[in-house]
Design a protein around this ligand. Structure first.
Ligand code: BG6
Length: 488
């Protein structure tokens, strides 16, 4: 891997502490960092290098997936870290930063490859990108990359504005937009399974698949993020990005070795083929919900509008279920059902592919009760891929019964999403990132929903905390003769 200077804006923040440092440490242990690697942390606080390193050490002890920390490795790892105070709006600070980076690069004879990671609020993106450009930080002979986190805009218009602004300083291939769902190991394993097995590839059409269900249920409520969440809701926080990305990744048909360009092209195609919603139809395909009070694991919990910091009478959505259709020759007629919400009965992130039952009438089972075949990708909290098939019961006369075959049982210590994504960004591999085309198309697709919500032309259903969401989300499938799999 090429020598890299990792320039981290927001180095004293929460995301860095919980995700970025532990991920870098695990990459280091797994020999997946460049041999010549330096990280310069930037923040407003006046920290020394030692204080910075002390904080990183603590974050690794608190949040690394590896339980036992190898002390000598940790000491070696921390050597790569230094800290600089930087006022995001002050161009002179960028000039000083450039001086520091250049002197290290020259001293060690390293190519000036620089990765700028913006672990800061989106309101700072524009100023930072401009100042990187102005100061010359981004115009050396090596490569430059920009890593940013969602939200990529608040709606279609603001997303376009943000992209145009970033585009002045970075080319599209240089921008790595993190959607951490794309880094989840079981999603990546599922893609490999689908790409490298002709059996599965053959089944990947509307001839074999009855429907696809994508669920991301959470037990947590709004937590301490009222100020953010009450302005975005489930639609912007989860659906426009994570859920549509899972839909695209499920629907695209790629083969082994498909690179970022192929994936980008295919995802764009899926978004273009996604049947658009008219504002007047939103209420037929979308279920909007908000949690009321209820019980979770036996404990009473507040309803959304009683949570601290939530505006009185807030109509914000904490749940969404949707039915989507892809109008192309592979997927025509196969509904994709998506749901996500907070304060639901259990944490579960999964994709279920339900296969058709073409032989149902002449089924071998005596009562015709054979269950459909299912391919199940469990992403959280368990990690596995399994296939549900039917086989004979204990005695010949018994009806067939479903059995579950583990194709890829989770192996316990899988890398975390951020490890996969940071590693790919260091390699310059954009396969598992959100590309502009699909971000723009996702916003365009959700825009009529945003407008319908604003006009309040979609009912807001209250659901009790600790359930699977509003009953209307079940009806969405029941209308087509289906049900959500694995709701207890
Ligand atoms: C984040 C959302 O992007 O994803 C949070 O902002 C949500 O609201 C989180 O809780 C869920 O991520 P995961 O990996 O726990 O499913």
């Amino acid at each position: 891997m090429e020598p890299t200077t990792f320039v981290l804006f927001g180095a004293t923040g929460d995301l860095a502490k919980r995700k970025i440092y532990p991920a870098l440490f695990n990459l280091f242990i797994d020999d997946k960092l460049p041999a010549s690697f330096a990280l310069i942390g930037l923040g407003r606080r006046d920290w020394s290098d030692d204080k910075f390193r002390g904080n990183i050490e603590q974050s690794i002890r608190d949040f690394s997936r590896r339980k036992a920390v190898n002390e000598s490795k940790l000491a070696a790892f921390l050597q790569a870290f230094s800290y600089s105070v930087l006022d995001i709006g002050n161009l002179e600070d960028y000039a000083k930063l450039l001086g520091r980076i250049e002197s290290r690069e020259q001293k060690l004879g390293l190519a000036p490859n620089r990765l700028f990671y913006l672990s800061v609020g989106p309101e700072y993106f524009e100023t930072i990108a401009e100042n990187i450009q102005e100061s010359g930080l981004g115009s050396a002979n090596g490569w430059k990359r920009l890593v940013i986190e969602k939200p990529f805009g608040h709606d279609l218009q603001t997303a376009r504005g943000l992209n145009a602004m970033l585009g002045k300083a970075f080319a599209e291939e240089e921008i790595f937009r993190i959607d951490h769902y794309l880094g989840k190991p079981m999603l990546q394993r599922f893609k490999v399974l689908q790409q490298s097995n002709p059996i599965i590839q053959t089944l990947w059409t509307n001839r074999s698949i009855a429907n696809v269900q994508i669920t991301a249920n959470e037990t947590v409520g709004v937590e301490e993020r009222a100020g953010y969440y009450d302005h975005v809701g489930a639609l912007r926080d989860m659906f426009q990005n994570h859920m549509l990305q899972l839909l695209m990744m499920t629907a695209i048909r790629t083969s082994t070795g498909s690179d970022a360009e192929v994936v980008r092209f295919k995802k764009k195609h899926i978004m273009e083929a996604l049947e658009p919603l008219q504002k007047a139809d939103v209420a037929n395909s979308i279920v909007r919900g908000q949690y009321g009070s209820g019980y979770l694991q036996g404990q009473p919990v507040n309803g959304y509008t009683s949570e601290p910091g939530i505006a009185e009478g807030s109509m914000n959505d904490t749940f969404i279920a949707a039915k989507l259709s892809i109008d192309d020759s592979f997927w025509r007629g196969v509904p994709f059902y998506i749901r996500t919400g907070k304060r639901l009965k259990e944490k579960s992130t999964r994709i279920v592919i339900e296969f058709k039952e073409p032989l149902k009438q002449s089924s071998v089972s005596e009562d015709g009760a054979a269950e459909p075949n299912l391919l199940v990708i469990e992403m959280s909290p368990g990690e596995s891929i399994s296939l549900q098939l039917n086989t004979m019961g204990a005695s010949v006369k018994e009806a067939s019964k479903p059995i579950c075959i583990d194709i890829d049982p989770g192996q316990g210590d899988l890398p975390e999403a951020y490890e996969n994504l940071i590693h790919d960004a260091l390699l310059g591999d954009g396969t598992y990132f959100a590309h502009w085309d699909e971000v723009e198309a996702s916003w365009a697709w959700v825009q009529p929903i945003l407008e319908a919500y604003e006009e309040n032309s979609v009912p807001l259903h209250t659901y009790a905390a600790g359930t699977y969401g509003p009953a209307e989300a079940d009806e969405l499938l029941a209308r087509d003769g289906y049900h959500w799999w694995f709701d207890a």
